[in-house]
Ligand binder design. Structure first.
Ligand code: KG4
Ligand code: ZN
Length: 342
């Protein structure tokens, strides 16, 4: 079975082709991505209307490329999948519209996929795929969640952020340090030259006794510190970046390890854009090694938004019998859609 998947929930257009044969795990054949980062950078953040318009331009040419690379044609596609939510309504509608129009034209069934389930299952495309059950730390630009995962579609929330997401904490801190958009990767790069102990920044909810997160206060603390530094900020930016990253990573690592301990499981999966962060990976690797816990990540290029995770999540849902693709081409999207509601 060949699944063609479209991702268009935010500022990346992603298309991919995944094949599943019998009982074997679905396999990624090809994928292509167009990032709108340069277009939005001029505005300091994602402009939803521009995002939607650009998805329209990119989606079909990317699909053509993906099919060519895999040596397949449109007629070979068995199911067309797309991101149904959560995300920007207009951007989601573009992917859903294109996928459902393609499905109708090809007389093939379609399937709407949860974006976070895509992230969560993306490590199954890595060289070291996990096995169920596991605890997942889902850290993206919009979400920070710890879940227990017992199988495809079997997700139980353990804890989540009560305000900003970890990715937002990176992005907002970076913005007020003048590092541009998107700030996460820029802040992480600068942090490599700084001292993570230079400034004592808060670790919110670290001792709350539950698995929830809060990152809104950190941004304020970074702003206060930046103001205090005044003219000296320029010379101390790397130190401030390193201290900010250390605070975020520290909380993520300690809460993840607490979740693993509480669950009694020996396996942790990390997914979402912030999962690309090198310091987070290093600290998690060390903490997991100490406790004999296996930790799995997606390939670096599949940490941030992409089409491969959408095609893969669709293929895995279908293989697990969690859902059926249907020849129903009237679509809606879900800009807000909790994952444990699946
Ligand atoms: O999963 P993702 O691509 O999009 C959402 O679904 O939100 O995550 C994007 C987030 C952004 O906040 C970005 O700054 C952050 O992931 N990010 C990073 C790194 N790479 C991406 N944050 C810290 N370090 C990185 N290397
Ligand atoms: Zn995402």
């Amino acid at each position: 079975m060949l699944v063609l998947g479209f991702e268009s929930s935010c500022d990346e257009t992603g298309v991919a082709l995944v094949e599943s044969v019998g009982e074997q795990a679905p396999r990624l054949l090809s994928h292509a991505l167009h990032t709108q980062v340069r277009m939005h950078a001029a505005y300091g953040g994602v402009v939803p209307e521009l995002a939607s318009r650009d998805h329209i331009r990119r989606a079909l040419p990317l699909a053509t490329r993906v099919l060519e690379e895999a040596g397949r044609s449109l007629g070979d596609v068995d199911v067309v999948a797309y991101t149904r939510g959560p995300g920007l309504a207009g951007a989601l509608l573009v992917g859903a519209g294109i996928a459902c129009a393609l499905g109708a034209a090809l007389d093939r069934p379609v399937l709407g996929v949860h974006h976070l389930e895509g992230h969560l299952l993306s490590p199954f495309m890595s060289a070291d795929p996990p096995q169920f059950p596991f605890v997942v730390l889902l850290v993206s630009g919009g979400h920070t969640q710890l879940m227990r995962v017992d199988g495809v579609g079997r997700y139980a929330m353990l804890g989540e952020t009560i305000d900003d997401a970890a990715g937002e904490a990176f992005d907002k801190s970076a913005k007020l340090m003048g590092l541009g958009y998107p700030g996460g990767p820029a802040l992480a790069r600068l942090a490599e030259q700084g001292d993570p102990k230079a400034f004592a920044l808060p670790r919110p909810l670290l001792h709350s006794g539950n698995l929830d997160f809060s990152f809104a206060g950190l941004k304020t603390a970074v702003l206060t510190q930046a103001k205090k530094l005044g003219d000296q900020l320029e010379g101390r930016k790397a130190d401030l970046a390193a201290s900010t990253q250390a605070a975020i990573v520290d909380v993520l690592v300690r809460k993840s390890m607490a979740a693993v301990a509480q669950s009694g499981l020996q396996r942790l999966v990390v997914a979402g854009g912030v999962g690309a962060n090198r310091d987070l990976r290093a600290q998690l690797n060390a903490a997991c090694a100490k406790r004999g816990v296996r930790v799995h990540y997606p390939e670096l290029e599949l940490c941030t938004d992409n089409g491969a995770m959408i095609a893969m999540a669709a293929a895995m849902r279908l293989a697990a019998g969690a859902e059926q693709a249907e020849r129903r081409y009237a679509f809606d999207v879900k800009p807000r859609w909790p994952l444990d509601a699946l």
